[in-house]
Design a protein around this ligand. Structure first.
Ligand code: GTP
Ligand code: MG
Length: 360
């Protein structure tokens, strides 16, 4: 009977319903298995035990996709080591010592980068039955801002899990398959794409799909010490249980409609030359942030190259998450938004085929 009622829908609605269903099915196939998540948690515990032989007061926490609800099968692990004691080794010394220790005691391939801008140890593990594609893991130190932005994204994911997670996960897969998810090669990180999706759902969609967690009134008065980290305000409304009863979006668009609209907005409407996407404050001007890429300001620095695509970090307001995107990169990314828009605008007969073509 469901089949019959679907047939009676006007073709536009039938297409949106089909495409939404295909998007759910597509994304579910790509989620990590429980086994993979268990193996990763065991790896985290093992590494934490080892690190504690160097720094007994330390904790090793997950951040990034393993902790924010936007994890895909075989995604790498981002780990952050926090040390609770006053006297601690420098990140550089820790990276060197931990690198030596892991090399001696584990089967990981180890690459310590003690002198990088952010010192990290890179680890990888060869494939095994539990992890058919192996594992890749970065361990950093004291990166508390990354833990907080992970928690912010996780809260957004929990407000409207179906629509937000499906959109984000699909865009992550799509951007990887279309090869526009490599900050090292001039395109955008996953973190950048996630921020674009949240910006779109909070500030572009009207009525909004998500509330602005950073601008909601706090339940109790809060002091500056409680909300600031390294000089940045990291406060946001994080009582998700309460929000789930209080927040209700008046926007009932399906995942398919939102995806189509997202592609159209970033293909056509977003002002790449002058605009900054901010999940905290909506659409800002590059000039207001000193991020303009006009010739006069580029004479003495590389702001012209750094600020082609501007995405404000939710907490580090002076930090452009899109800074790695080059001139070619933005051209390619925008071209991909246009291509995706075009494929979906034709409302192809079969949604499955359209999705396959989109990610081909
Ligand atoms: P995949 O690894 O592709 O599955 O995605 P991911 O969700 O782990 O995203 P990504 O690897 O891009 O980033 C992981 C985490 O690192 C993010 O959740 C952020 O906490 C942090 N991060 C990544 N890039 C930046 C950045 O440019 N600035 C800041 N402040 N944090 C970043
Ligand atoms: Mg990651």
């Amino acid at each position: 009977s469901e089949h019959v009622s679907q047939r009676r829908l006007p073709s536009r609605h039938r297409f949106f319903a089909d495409l939404s269903q295909c998007l759910f099915d597509f994304v579910i196939e790509l989620l990590p298995t429980t086994e993979e998540m268990a193996v990763k948690e065991n790896v985290r515990k093992l590494l934490e035990r080892l690190i504690r032989t160097i720094e007994p007061e330390s904790r090793l926490l997950s951040f990034g996709s393993t902790a924010n609800g936007f994890s895909l099968r075989n995604s790498d692990m981002d780990l952050c080591c926090l040390i609770d004691s006053e006297e601690r080794l420098s990140a550089t010394d820790l990276v060197t010592m931990l690198g030596d220790l892991l090399e001696r005691e584990t089967k990981f391939h180890v690459k310590p980068l003690p002198h990088a801008r952010i010192p990290i140890v890179k680890l990888s593990l060869d494939p095994s039955p539990g992890l058919p594609l192996g594992i890749a893991c970065d361990i950093g130190f004291e990166n508390r801002l990354a833990l907080e932005n992970t928690r912010l994204l996780m809260c957004y994911a929990m407000i409207d899990p179906t629509r937000v997670r499906t959109l984000v996960l699909f865009l992550k897969v799509w951007s990887k398959r279309r090869k526009i998810n490599s900050p090292y090669k001039g395109t955008l990180s996953s973190y950048g794409y996630v921020l674009l999706v949240i910006y779109f759902l909070v500030h572009v969609k009207n009525p909004p799909i998500l509330p602005n967690l950073q601008q909601m009134p706090p339940l109790r008065p809060i002091s500056k010490e409680d909300t600031h980290l390294a000089g940045y305000n990291t406060w946001f409304f994080d009582d998700i249980e309460l929000l789930r009863t209080r927040w209700h979006s008046d926007n009932n668009e399906s995942v398919a409609e939102l995806l189509i609209d997202f592609f159209r907005y970033f293909a056509r409407d977003f002002s790449y030359n002058t605009g900054v996407a901010s999940i905290r404050a909506g659409l800002l001007k590059k000039t207001a942030k000193g991020w303009q890429n006009d010739l006069s300001s580029s004479r003495y620095n590389d702001s012209r190259e750094r600020n082609r695509l501007c995405i404000e970090d939710p907490f580090e307001l002076d930090f452009n998450v899109g800074r790695c995107v080059t001139k070619d990169g933005i051209y390619t990314i925008r071209g991909e938004f246009m291509r995706a828009s075009r494929i979906l605008a034709n409302r192809p007969e079969r949604a499955v085929v359209a999705l396959a073509e989109l990610c081909a």
